[in-house]
Write a protein that binds this ligand. Structure first.
Ligand SMILES: [Zn+2]
Length: 252
């Protein structure tokens, strides 16, 4: 997941993002598949006496294709860009000086999976997770809020009520914090993890500081562990199979 922390990428050397559809192919940029247009604001600055590459701002549209021949999904990405000056030395000690276009993606459609979930994770949690993935590049606060919503759905799946009755007999909405605290003993291990995601989600909802990609990645890493613990695929059928083979002392 850490490879998603970068804000911008050399348009000539994009990362090896996995295809969100088949999950095994790599997204590749075809020839002439990046539409790069200078913004009106930076174009208007061309008259400026000090105009150079630092004034250039782009709007960029990239068409990516999955390289898995059985999939060939198309993913579109839109974002901004600018020009960066690059200095280095070759192995022969010659100075290398070139300009590179850096791409800062804002949206992907279909959205990239920041991580893959187990097949048996309930659909409503996966749907909310996908909504968070769609927001990952453009709005970290809203993304964090969606990750927090995944926890609410997870608690629904674990049969922790969203409402409670107070001493006056009134039905009130239970806070996420109290729902987490109400988890039975068997889930004690994941309480700490869920509370951490809740706190990060709260910053996204109400905090002045605001979340960054680093915190949303932190929240995803914690959530992945939670989902792996709760929805770990059962290996009982493999033990059953092995027992039957052993009983038959051969094929069954
Ligand atoms: Zn694919």
């Amino acid at each position: 997941m850490k490879n998603f922390l970068s804000e911008e990428f050399n348009i000539e050397h994009l990362p090896q993002w996995f295809c969100p559809t088949c999950k095994i192919g790599i997204l590749e940029i075809g020839e002439k598949s990046a539409d790069i247009e200078q913004t009106a604001e930076s174009t208007a600055l061309r008259w400026h006496p000090n105009y150079d590459h630092e004034f250039v701002e782009y709007t960029i549209n990239v068409i990516l294709k999955c390289n898995n021949k059985k999939c060939c999904e198309t993913v579109m990405s839109v974002g901004s860009g600018h020009v960066d000056e690059y200095h280095d030395y070759s192995e022969k000690g010659e100075e290398i000086h070139e300009y590179v276009t850096l791409f800062k993606p804002k949206y992907f459609h279909p959205s990239l999976n920041i991580f893959n979930v187990q097949e048996n994770v309930p659909k409503n949690i996966v749907n909310m997770l996908n909504k968070s993935f769609a927001l990952f590049f453009c709005d970290s606060d809203s993304c964090g809020n969606r990750i927090r919503a995944c926890i609410e759905f997870l608690l629904d799946e674990l049969k922790i009520p969203r409402e409670f009755e107070n001493k006056k007999g009134e039905v009130k909405r239970a806070s996420l914090h109290s729902r987490i605290e109400n988890l039975p003993q068997v889930y004690e291990k994941i309480k700490t993890l869920l509370l951490a995601i809740k706190w990060l989600g709260n910053v996204g909802s109400h905090g002045n500081e605001g979340l960054t990609k680093k915190e949303t990645i932190d929240a995803y890493e914690i959530l992945k562990v939670v989902l792996d613990i709760i929805y770990k695929p059962s290996d009982e059928h493999i033990f059953d199979l092995a027992n039957k083979i052993n009983e038959a002392k051969g094929i069954i």
